[in-house]
Design a protein around this ligand. Structure first.
Ligand code: NAD
Length: 309
């Protein structure tokens, strides 16, 4: 297939979107990083007399995500100067620019309706040939694209990166029922050769493969911990370095992933399975729901299972 990814657009500049944009920049692919327009001014913006109409305010979410890349550890960028390959913006003002890229990656919140709305917007400017993919952790690829045209569906698939994208080799590629198999083959080759990923093709089942197994493990751990009175530190002591996993102990991982995202991902299986035993496992424990209600989302909010240092 005569295709190449010369320029990309990442939509959603949170934990994953910024990390994916950094990984593209690392391999020399310039990309747009787009987010929503902020609803409020910061105190600093107000003091400078800026309004919600000023571009620096409108592009602030993605711009501050790029600025954060230099401070994030482990470093998402091979070299801090590669941040220049990422252009920040907001989707509202830059929608038409999506027609000038080869690959658009959707990396917004884990919510079917939000993702469907975004795909509708993308299709309004999309040109055949542009690959569109979703970084969803487990929402159905077919459901997301259900209202899109057949031509669009041919170009749409899941490309599920893991956190942090620079360091996690695994990439799940999830074709939808209409995805062009040649494009799937192209993306597999590109992801392996250019992005350095280990690709696993997964079916469009709730949470695909890695998060079906991983979410299950984390929820069982949380339930066993609360029922048996284990502490967060004890569980992390046996599921981290002592087990040969250098950093990724259970609760440190949850703080990194984001508790809100984890709850969405677990609910996605809960809502889509009928077996009562399986439902009982994927029913998120009250302790985690109450942490999310309090805004304890992990590292992104400064409070999760651990206080952020
Ligand atoms: P996040 O909460 O850190 O960031 C989401 C970003 O999307 C925010 O900056 C938000 O402002 C933006 N956004 C929301 N609606 C938007 C819209 N309509 N248009 C443009 N931007 C919009 O979330 P995240 O952890 O980066 O997760 C993003 C996606 O990646 C989700 O689907 C999630 O399930 C998936 N994912 C997350 C992880 C993880 O470890 N956090 C790992 C793999 C996959």
């Amino acid at each position: 297939m005569n295709k190449a990814i010369r320029k990309a657009a990442v939509i959603g500049s949170g934990i994953m979107g910024s990390g994916i944009a950094a990984q593209l920049a690392n391999v020399g692919i310039p990309c747009l990083l787009l987010d929503i327009v902020p609803r409020r001014l910061t105190d600093e913006e107000a003091a400078k007399g800026l309004t919600l109409e000023h571009p620096p305010v409108r592009n602030r979410l993605a711009a501050s995500a790029i600025a954060k890349l230099a401070k994030t550890k482990p470093a998402p960028l091979y070299d801090p100067s590669f941040a220049e390959r990422i252009t920040p913006g907001n989707l509202e003002d830059h929608l038409s620019q999506l027609a000038q890229v080869d690959w658009i990656i959707e990396v917004v919140v884990e919510n079917l309706e939000v993702k469907k709305g975004l795909l509708e917007k993308i299709e309004s400017v999309w040109k055949p040939g542009i690959i569109v993919s979703s970084n969803t952790s487990g929402i159905s690829i077919n459901a997301m694209a259900a209202e899109r045209s057949d031509e669009f569906k041919k170009h749409f698939m899941g490309t599920h990166f893991f956190n942090p994208p620079r360091y996690m080799k695994l990439l799940e590629i999830i074709p939808g029922e209409r995805t062009d198999p040649e494009l799937v083959g192209f993306m597999k080759g590109f992801s392996e050769k250019v992005l350095g990923k280990g690709v696993v093709l997964a079916k469009d089942t709730p949470n695909f493969i890695a998060n079906r197994i991983g979410t299950y493990g984390l929820l069982v751990t949380l339930k066993e911990m609360t029922e048996n009175g284990f502490t967060v530190e004890e569980v992390d002591a046996v599921t981290g370095p002592a087990m040969g996993r250098p950093k990724s102990a259970t609760f440190r991982t949850l703080d990194l992933v984001g508790l809100d995202t984890f709850v969405h991902v677990a609910n996605n299986v809960y809502d889509n399975v009928s077996d009562e035993k399986e439902k009982a496992i994927f029913d998120v424990p009250a302790i985690m729901k109450s942490m999310v209600e309090k805004g304890w989302l992990g590292e992104k909010s400064g409070q999760g299972f651990y206080l952020k240092k």
